[in-house]
Design a protein around this ligand. Structure first.
Ligand code: NAD
Length: 488
């Protein structure tokens, strides 16, 4: 059995306890993971604080920080194969996706490497004579970064990259569901030459590891990605340290198709939007909102594609849909589908777990046209389950799309440019994709509002969010300051 270690203060150790990790494709235990308890978390945070104040890091030029990040990016690119295999093994995410995603993760680090020495302060045209006032942008401090199990290398890159570019230090908590790729990443990070303690990688469970990390007095900022219920715990914990937070949470994103759309193109985008990553994607286009004029033909084509999807071992390059990561996700899907069918939803494709080893679930389509109150329309599955609603007018499409407490992503398929612009203006979501879906880039901000959280990852703003502003006042007059208590 493979054994992994945590990374604290530049050293590798076993953690206070250990726990087993299962391979979702076989259900078998395959590795032992280090469980960080209170002392481990405290050690990691103290190491990050020491590093933050150390001359090796605090006095390093921004350009030098950028060079280290560039070296890290190169190391990630060199080791992409190993990282992809480990992510596939521990999460069940298919190798096609992990390989492509990790190659792109290196570009995220490159983007932030380049940005490190472009984080500038500014000068203020202040309303007083003989005074120079300017703003310095300084690193926010010690960052607690928390990631869910899906796409951990990517979700940590959009935190570690901008945080280190800005000069912060980081304690990253990998998901206890599948920490292997992050623990291996720590070994690669260690070779890049950063001062010890700048990044610490631990894993553990909510009650101790998560709670200590998010309430610790030496943590200045919490960058969290995960579900909305967990986020509420994190925010409550942060009442102890008053750390700032950025929250990247779930979604129930609308995928809207008008009658003038290129149907085959929209079908392919919808297949990728809901079945890629086995639907375990925060931006999954999980609500298809489709013009009634093309609904039947669209669903026919979609069901055909869903039935033809190659389901199989995640480490096989031919596989298009792999297993779910956890048994809890499968059980949630079974229950939500059962309740939705009771509420009037009709199963067009799939609808149940597959009878084979591992946590496999059939790509599922539920027609909810006569079941507007079905829970499948409001609850995030984090699985390959699409709910469908028909519409007659643009206003109806918009109302259905915005009828959600989430606000992460949205997609619109239409050839009508003026309609596209009306939709862009009115859709309540952090991302609007027109005639495309699931496109991301280090250059573009990513994030949502409502139950999808707040703050943005990616882009320039993300790096600025890891800084705080210091206002500096400098009096330029040599005249002595008059005695304030002498009346003139
Ligand atoms: P989760 O909320 O259960 O766990 C996320 C992380 O939080 C894990 O590392 C977990 O250990 C930790 N955690 C749990 N309780 C905690 C606590 N009390 N204090 C501190 N940390 C705690 O999420 P999950 O099931 O691993 O992932 C799925 C969720 O993540 C979905 O809702 C999905 O939409 C969301 N997600 C969002 C994005 C995004 O960028 N918006 C990206 C990927 C996933």
């Amino acid at each position: 059995m493979q054994k992994f270690q945590q990374y604290i203060d530049g050293g590798f150790s076993d953690g206070a306890a250990q726990f087993e990790s299962r391979d979702p494709a076989t259900g078998q235990v395959w590795a032992l993971m280090p469980e960080a308890r209170r002392d481990d978390v405290n050690n990691a945070i103290e190491a990050a604080e020491r590093a933050f104040n150390s001359p090796e890091w605090a006095d390093m030029t921004a350009t030098a920080r950028g060079k280290l990040l560039m070296r890290l990016a190169d190391l990630i690119a060199e080791n992409a194969g190993v990282l992809a295999k480990l992510e596939t093994r521990d999460t069940g995410k298919i190798i096609r996706e992990t390989s492509a995603q990790i190659a792109y993760v290196a570009d995220y680090y490159r983007y932030y490497a380049g940005l490190a020495d472009k984080i500038e302060g500014s000068h203020l045209p202040i309303d007083k004579p003989d005074m120079e006032v300017w703003l310095r942008r300084e690193p926010i401090g010690v960052v607690a970064a928390i990631v869910p199990w899906n796409s951990q290398l990517f979700l940590s890159a959009v935190k570690i990259g901008p945080a280190l570019a800005a000069g912060c230090t980081v304690v990253l908590k990998a998901s206890e569901e599948a920490p292997a790729p992050m623990l291996e990443y720590a070994r690669i990070f260690d070779q890049a030459g950063f001062p010890k303690g700048v990044l610490n990688v631990i894993t553990g469970f909510a009650a101790e590891c998560g709670a200590v990390l998010t309430s610790h007095p030496k943590v200045d900022h919490i960058a969290f990605t995960g579900g909305p219920e967990t986020a509420k715990h994190v925010v409550r914990n942060s009442a102890e340290n008053l750390a700032s937070t950025s929250l990247e949470l779930g979604g129930k994103s609308p995928f809207i198709v008008f009658e003038d759309a290129d149907i085959d193109s929209a079908v392919n985008a919808q297949v990728s939007g809901i079945f890629a990553a086995t639907g375990q994607s925060c931006v999954a286009g999980s609500r298809l909102i489709i013009s009634n004029k093309i609904k039947n033909v669209f669903l026919e084509k979609l069901a055909e594609k869903a039935a033809a999807v190659v389901i199989g071992a995640p480490d096989d390059m031919a596989t298009e849909v792999g297993p779910l990561c956890t048994i809890a996700q499968r059980d949630t899907a079974v229950n939500l589908i059962e309740q939705s069918v009771e509420a009037g939803a009709v199963v067009v494709a799939g609808g149940a777990p597959l009878k084979r080893d591992g946590i496999f679930f059939a790509p599922t389509i539920l027609d909810c046209s006569n079941a507007h109150g079905a829970p499948c329309l409001t609850h995030e599955f984090f699985g390959p389950v699409l709910s469908v609603l028909g519409f007659d007018t643009e206003a109806e499409a918009l109302a259905l799309a915005n009828h959600t407490e989430f606000g992460l992503a949205s997609g619109v398929f239409t050839r009508d440019l003026t309609r596209a612009h009306r939709m862009i203006r009115k859709l309540r979501a952090g991302i609007v994709w027109i005639n495309t879906y699931r496109a991301v880039s280090p250059i573009a901000p990513f994030g949502g509002h409502g139950l999808s959280g707040h703050g943005r990852e990616g882009g320039l703003q993300a790096a600025l969010d890891y800084t705080k502003v210091k206002a500096v006042w400098l009096r330029t007059s040599d005249d002595p300051i008059p005695d304030p208590f002498v009346m003139r």
